[in-house]
Design a protein around this ligand. Structure first.
Ligand code: HEM
Length: 186
């Protein structure tokens, strides 16, 4: 081989090992980014689903149950898989998290831990409670004369908590994606 010519892959040796590691990194990065779209995309649609449910009270319980189902069956398990593919990326690339260039990852992992803990311990429980409170559907017929308009106060209060929790999770996910994409050095 001429000196200075690029090494030729022959199925063995350090050059090939590096290429295998790069391929593995690409595969996990693909799964990780696909996960970000599939798992967290629906989170940005929760306000749309909730708004449609409010505008059409007979479909309200369905909208609430759909939101709760997406959260429990897609977002929470998917978020955990997202953490696993994230850890795999760190291990495959052999990233040292203590060097300044990689410290953004520590920030992202802390935000991720807060988001997952909040989603499991607060948001999912409130969503489940909301499904139970509304699963009977609205009472038949028009409301009695003099009855206050809008949902009962317990449902309204829980709805507000869910809305605020959803906003918090949206901000956390947006910050995590911002860190993952910009990779700022600290
Ligand atoms: C809400 C959860 C998460 C979302 C939405 C997310 C999203 C993303 C996205 C979109 C990228 C691609 C960035 C790019 O190539 O420009 C990325 C890369 C990456 N993520 Fe995450 N991620 C999440 C959680 C995590 C966690 C928990 C870890 C670590 C335990 C992690 C580790 C990584 C690593 C190592 C990369 C590769 C960065 C590079 O290309 O150098 N991610 N993430």
């Amino acid at each position: 081989m001429l000196s200075g010519a690029p090494p030729v892959p022959n199925g063995s040796g350090p050059w090939c090992e590096n290429e295998k590691v790069a391929d593995l990194f690409q595969l996990f990065l693909f799964l990780h980014v696909l996960g970000a779209i599939v798992v967290f995309g629906p989170v940005f649609l929760f306000p749309v689903i909730a708004r449609q449910g409010q505008m059409s009270p007979q479909n309200g319980p369905f909208a609430i149950a759909l939101g709760e189902f997406i959260e429990r069956r897609i977002v929470i398990p998917g978020a955990i898989v997202q953490g696993i593919t994230g850890v795999a990326l760190i291990l495959i690339a052999g990233r040292d998290l203590t060097i300044p260039a990689n410290r953004w990852l520590i920030g992202a992992i802390i935000l991720y831990a807060i988001a997952v803990t909040f989603a499991i311990t607060v948001q999912a429980r409130n969503a489940e409670k909301m499904v139970l409170l509304t699963s009977g559907g609205p009472p038949p017929g028009p409301p009695p004369a003099g009855a206050p308009s809008g949902p009962p106060s317990e449902i309204a209060a829980l709805g507000k908590k869910l809305q605020q929790g959803g906003m918090l999770l949206t901000v956390l996910v947006t910050l995590i994606v911002l860190l993952m994409v910009t990779k700022p050095g600290f």
